[in-house]
Ligand binder design. Structure first.
Ligand SMILES: C[S@@+](CC[C@H](N)C(=O)[O-])C[C@H]1O[C@@H](n2cnc3c(N)ncnc32)[C@H](O)[C@@H]1O
Length: 168
């Protein structure tokens, strides 16, 4: 098991997260093992939990770039404020204030050929941070949840062998 370059246990306490330390460690370890060229993440939140574990692995790998998507502007701004303090972070992370599903739809084939790892942790939460109830998307006439939409898109777009992990 690789050790995270920075201890994230204290970060975990300052940001609400549903991810436990062992899950963050797993994300880090698998990313060190896979050494992705392009990693996509849905649901940055404030960037200090799953995003940080993925980012830390790419820094350890000295290769790869994480494109992470957060739909809610205040969370996105908090993540930008966090990464701006880390020297040269832009070499390993690109923060996007966009809807993940729309963004993935619009990515070019040329870009997608290098996407080899996707981490999905977006759509179970509302923009205000509250949790969606099961079926809430259906009530709003959105036919399927963001996670299912993401899977369907990835089925069409992802290369053979692309790793896809869902947290829910
Ligand atoms: C469960 S939280 C993410 C937690 C984070 N990965 C962590 O480790 O703490 C889900 C996040 O996804 C965001 N979100 C919800 N729908 C989204 C979408 N369609 N595109 C991008 N972000 C989305 C929410 O605003 C929320 O910040």
């Amino acid at each position: 098991m690789h050790k995270l370059p920075i201890d994230i246990s204290s970060v975990e306490k300052t940001e609400p997260t549903k991810m436990a330390s062992h899950e963050l460690q797993y994300l880090y370890d698998i990313s060190v093992k896979i050494k992705p060229k392009i990693l996509l993440e849905s649901g940055t939140h404030c960037g200090q939990c799953s995003t940080y574990a993925l980012f830390a692995a790419l820094v350890e790998n000295k290769t790869g770039i994480l494109y992470t998507y957060e739909i809610h502007k205040p969370f996105f701004d908090a993540a930008v404020a966090f990464y701006i303090k880390i020297k040269n972070s832009e070499q390993a992370i690109v923060l996007k204030n966009e809807d993940f599903v729309l963004a993935v739809k619009n990515l070019s084939n040329d870009f997608f050929k290098d996407v080899d790892f996707v981490f999905l942790d977006g759509g179970d939460e509302r923009a205000d941070g509250g949790h969606k109830l099961p079926g809430e998307d259906y009530l709003k006439n959105i036919d399927i949840s963001e996670n299912v939409q993401s899977f369907k898109l990835l089925e069409c777009r992802a290369n053979d062998g692309t790793h896809v992990i869902l947290h829910d």
